[in-house]
Design a binder for this molecule. Structure first.
Ligand SMILES: [Zn+2]
Length: 251
């Protein structure tokens, strides 16, 4: 697919999920509105960023939760391409490095993810805004602001800025070190650059949990089996109630 196609598809999916074409998005909240989709977070080691399993009646997206939050957002957008626009597959396992996948669908999914999280016109506007304050140069400060604005990893923003001829390879290379420091010195918190806590790296959300609840409510499974289903999905919080310890906050 060419870039215009991928930009159009990114725009279409934003529209389908109720998002405008320009704003930064909370991709994880958004995917929970997709019917029949289970999302699994699991630390998958050094080589895999995520996977997409398309079934007859339901689908699963799994995200390597050992990667930074910014990268997990990109992985999710990448997997959405497989889910909605990659007609050739049932299961795809995706490589960790952006742009490293050999198949056309992998490159397309990366480009789609970049457009989905950083729509081209929104990116151009943001670059212009941030550059103006830095003497019309794209400094590391502007790069931090861009990655924070769109909530993407340093690698994802640098690859895109090279592609848009905003940075040379050498300039980008010099911005691949001291990433967290460059952000915290500008007053940002560092959550974008780190994985979530170890406890939250094993989690299942979405359709599977709804289904487990439904079969239990309809008394199709025993409470023991229901708990087993939840524990299989790393949801000890639902079985033992640790998530509501200390009471709920309504506001
Ligand atoms: Zn992929």
């Amino acid at each position: 697919m060419n870039k215009i196609d991928l930009w159009t598809k990114a725009n279409m999916l934003r529209n389908q999920l109720g998002e405008d074409p320009q704003s930064p998005i909370d991709i994880f909240s958004l995917v929970y509105t997709i019917d029949h989709l289970t999302v699994v977070f699991y630390p998958m080691g050094d080589r895999i960023s995520g996977m997409c399993i398309k079934g007859q009646d339901s689908n699963v997206i799994a995200i390597n939760s050992a990667m930074s939050v910014g990268r997990q957002r990109f992985s999710m957008a990448h997997e959405l391409f497989h889910l909605f626009y990659d007609s050739n597959m049932a299961t795809t396992i995706c490589s960790k490095r952006i742009g490293a996948g050999k198949e056309a669908a992998e490159k397309d999914a990366d480009q789609f993810a970049s457009y989905f999280l950083m729509p081209p016109d929104a990116l151009i506007n943001a670059i212009k805004r941030f550059k103006e304050k830095e003497g019309n140069k794209l400094t590391v400060n502007s790069v931090v602001k861009l990655e924070q604005y769109f909530r993407v990893s340093r690698q994802a923003i640098l690859i895109r800025l090279i592609e848009e001829n905003e940075l040379t390879e050498d300039e980008a290379d010099s911005m691949r070190k001291d990433v967290i420091r460059s952000a915290i010195c500008l007053g940002y918190d560092d959550s974008l650059y780190r994985p979530l806590s170890h406890q939250k790296q094993h989690m299942t959300y979405g359709y599977y949990i709804q289904q487990a609840d439904e079969v239990f409510e309809k008394k199709l499974v025993s409470s023991g089996k229901y708990e087993e289903l939840l524990l299989d999905a790393f949801r000890s919080d639902l079985v033992y109630g640790d998530s509501i310890e200390g009471g709920e906050l309504i506001d």
